[in-house]
Write a protein that binds this ligand. Structure first.
Ligand SMILES: [Zn+2]
Length: 221
């Protein structure tokens, strides 16, 4: 048994190269343009990437994601531009909500137009717990991604405790704090929390040394 390889710890923050730390899909969508080493990185540059993200977000199956990534390859550039534009409008709204501001009328109109144009069909189906209502999403083209995205934005706006919508203390990612105490400060322990803890520990250790030994400035750290 001793020579069994250690199983890798599953990394739930990342799925197929996308980060999912927000506890809310519309915020995970905002997080598809993170800032890495000071540079904003576009994770949804084209329709094939969008198909992969929809599968990673579990809005479609992995097989459907692979199929759409193939059929959408090189297509839907205008739709992707609109989806990116919507994401940036949502990002601005998220910053406003985090600052305690109310939802701007222009964004509300945009959401209502998108809800009318990209409705999600509802279906009744059996599950292990009995009958349940499900929202059906069968994307034909990249723009159909608006249907689940806008639906998730509405969920965020109507259901979530807005004081729990936050930006990470250390990076550009946003999240919904669903912790019991509501004191979450980082996008995730793996991405920023541990780094912060290590830095804080190093700082405490340095300060401890300074306190204990009164090292002159410039000799520590
Ligand atoms: Zn972070």
């Amino acid at each position: 048994m001793d020579d069994q390889p250690v199983a890798p710890v599953s990394d739930t923050d990342w799925r197929d190269g996308f980060v999912f730390v927000a506890n809310q899909l519309s915020l995970d969508f905002v997080n598809t343009k993170p800032v890495i080493n000071g540079i904003a990185v576009e994770m949804l540059p084209d329709a094939a990437a969008l198909a992969r993200w929809l599968a990673a977000a579990e809005l479609i199956s992995a097989g459907q994601g692979r199929e759409l990534a193939r059929t959408w390859l090189g297509k839907g550039g205008d739709d992707i531009a609109r989806i990116q534009e919507f994401r940036e409008a949502l990002r601005a709204v998220v910053f406003e909500l985090e600052s305690g501001l109310d939802l701007a009328g222009g964004f509300l109109r945009m959401i209502n137009e998108l809800l009318l144009r990209y409705p999600l069909a509802e279906q009744l189906e059996y599950s292990s717990e009995g009958l349940r209502r499900v929202r059906r999403f069968d994307p034909f083209g990249p723009a159909d991604a608006f249907a689940p995205l806008v639906n998730q934005v509405v969920d965020l706006l109507v259901c979530a405790n807005r004081s729990r919508i936050r930006k990470c203390d250390s990076c550009a990612l946003h999240f919904l704090d669903t912790s019991k105490k509501g004191l979450r400060r980082w996008c995730s322990m793996q991405i920023c929390g541990n780094r912060h803890k290590v830095a804080a520990y190093a700082k405490r250790t340095r300060e401890g040394r300074q306190g204990l030994f009164s090292l002159p400035q410039g000799e520590v750290g």
